[in-house]
Design a protein around this ligand. Structure first.
Ligand SMILES: C[S@@+](CC[C@H](N)C(=O)[O-])C[C@H]1O[C@@H](n2cnc3c(N)ncnc32)[C@H](O)[C@@H]1O
Length: 213
């Protein structure tokens, strides 16, 4: 797993709990979309849980769903544990490299990924999307949030400078194009239900595994 220098590195707070400013900003908009698309009950898997802020809030808002946090970096597990302590419908966090082939077996009713795709290569992203689809039960939902290129273009100076800083660290990574992601999602067996405009130029793909195997 790559170690990148990111502008939004998590700041310490209250013992083991860390806060990522971007996660604080996008939590409400993401939760609002989830409220429209998640089932009442189910089994959710979050990839790249980071600080654990999101999954702690989602578990409290969607109490009929059992939530499994994961992250590729074992150093993030203490913060995830701290955020989710005492929330009955969250399992202990696990280390999971979402870019490694083979992990995607299961019957999850939803899989969630926020702000990772631009930090990995095309090949890693393609593998991740295939495995996420395989982790879903038929009819299950994959929710993918992040910044993307639109027709190859980056919209704002902030996007251009962030993408350039990523590519300077590793030329294989950076913002993925909507059309490329859509093609990979469909190739993985997912149907794009909605592509939702989110604050700050971000997007949320709400995709679904076909109900017929
Ligand atoms: C920008 S942070 C986003 C964290 C969280 N989803 C959020 O929105 O606050 C990217 C996260 O991806 C994790 N990560 C990076 N590469 C990964 C991989 N190959 N598999 C799983 N997690 C990975 C990092 O450890 C980090 O927690």
């Amino acid at each position: 797993m790559r170690r990148l220098h990111l502008p939004d590195s998590a700041a310490p707070m209250e013992g083991e709990r860390r806060i990522a400013p971007s996660a604080s900003r996008n939590l409400e908009p993401i939760a609002a979309v989830l409220a429209q698309v998640l089932p009442q009950t189910g089994r959710a898997l979050e990839l790249a849980s980071g600080t654990g802020q999101h999954i702690a809030a989602f578990a409290e808002r969607f109490p009929g769903i059992d939530w499994q946090p994961t992250d590729g970096n074992p150093d993030n597990l203490p913060s995830i544990r701290a955020w989710t302590a005492g929330i009955g419908n969250v399992a202990a966090p696990m280390v999971l490299d979402a870019c490694a082939p083979g992990w995607g077996q299961g019957d999850r009713t939803s899989v969630h990924l926020t702000n990772l795709l631009h930090l990995i290569s095309d090949a890693e992203a393609e593998c991740l999307l295939v495995e996420a689809a395989r982790a879903l039960a038929p009819g299950g939902v994959f929710c993918l949030y992040g910044p993307f290129r639109r027709d190859g273009a980056l919209l704002t100076d902030g996007d251009r400078s962030f993408d350039a800083s990523l590519r300077a660290q590793d030329p294989a990574i950076g913002y993925k194009d909507i059309a490329w992601v859509t093609g990979r999602l469909i190739g993985a067996g997912l149907e794009v239900d909605r592509l939702v405009e989110m604050p700050a130029g971000n997007l949320m793909f709400v995709t679904r595994r076909s109900s017929t195997p």
